[in-house]
Write a protein that binds this ligand. Structure first.
Ligand SMILES: Cc1cc2nc3c(=O)[nH]c(=O)nc-3n(C[C@H](O)[C@H](O)[C@H](O)COP(=O)(O)O)c2cc1C
Length: 196
C-alpha cells in the first residue's frame, strides 16, 4: 500500500479536491474536502444525496485528484464537459487529466453521520505530476478576504464586518487548525475589539 507521505498534507487540515468515480461507465467528478489524521487513511465527509457518495459506496473505490487550480473545482460543478479523464492503475475509477497529484484509494470504512456519510479510504497509489505540489486549502483565501474586509470596517460598519470576520475565523479554524492564518485572523479580530 502506498502512503500519503508523498503529499504535503498537514494533519487535520482540509484540502479541496475533485473526487472521481464512475456513474455506471461514465466518469463523474465533484469537489470534496479531504483530510488525514495519520497519513495512512484519507477522510471525507460526504453529504447525503451526492452522486459521488452513491458511487463510492457502490464501488468502494475512488480517485482523489488534487487540482492544479481552483478553476478546476468550478469546472467540476458547472462545466464538467471541459474535464477529461484517464484510467487509474489500481482501482476502477477515472483519473482527472491535469491534476497536480492523484491518489487512487479503496474504501476502508464508512459510517453514517448526521447529514451524510463519513468515508475513510486507504491509498493504493499516489502520483505527483510535477516537482512540488501546492494543495488547495481555504485558509489563505479567507485571511486575504478578511484583511480586505477589515480595511472597510469604517465604511461598512462593525455590525456588518465583525460577524463576517468571525465566520471566516470559524472556517479557518476548521480547515487549517493551528495555522499562521488562524493566528493572524484571531489577532485581527481582537485588535478590532471583537471576541474571537
Ligand atoms: C470547494 C468545495 C468543497 C466541497 N466539499 C464537500 C465535502 O467535503 N462534502 C460534500 O458532501 N460536499 C462537498 N462539496 C459540495 C459538492 O461538491 C456538491 O454537493 C456536488 O454537487 C456534489 O456532486 P455529486 O452529487 O455529483 O456528488 C464541496 C463543494 C465545493 C465547491
Amino acid at each position: 500500500m502506498d502512503t500519503l507521505h508523498a503529499l504535503p498534507l498537514r494533519k487535520g487540515w482540509i484540502y479541496e479536491t475533485v473526487v472521481c468515480t464512475f456513474s455506471g461507465d461514465t466518469p463523474h467528478a465533484a469537489p470534496f474536502g479531504v483530510w488525514t489524521d495519520d497519513h495512512t487513511t484519507l477522510e471525507l465527509d460526504m453529504y447525503e444525496g451526492s452522486e459521488t457518495l452513491a458511487n463510492v459506496l457502490a464501488s468502494r473505490e475512488l480517485v482523489v485528484a488534487f487540482p492544479a487550480a481552483v478553476t478546476t473545482l468550478f469546472e467540476a460543478l458547472f462545466a464538467p464537459q471541459r474535464l477529461s479523464f484517464g484510467h487509474a492503475a489500481t482501482v476502477r475509477a477515472p483519473t482527472l487529466d491535469g491534476a497536480a497529484a492523484t491518489v487512487e484509494l479503496v474504501v476502508h470504512d464508512s459510517a453514517p453521520t448526521e447529514d451524510g456519510t463519513h468515508v475513510s479510504a486507504l491509498p493504493r497509489r499516489t502520483h505527483v505530476a510535477g516537482g512540488e505540489v501546492t494543495l488547495l486549502n481555504r485558509a489563505e483565501g479567507l485571511l486575504l478576504e478578511s484583511l480586505v474586509l477589515a480595511t472597510r470596517l469604517e465604511n461598512l460598519g462593525a455590525a456588518a464586518v465583525l460577524p463576517a470576520l468571525a465566520e471566516n475565523l470559524r472556517v479557518v479554524r476548521k480547515v487549517a487548525p493551528a495555522s499562521a492564518a488562524e493566528a493572524a485572523l484571531t489577532e485581527l479580530l481582537s485588535r478590532r475589539g471583537a471576541r474571537p
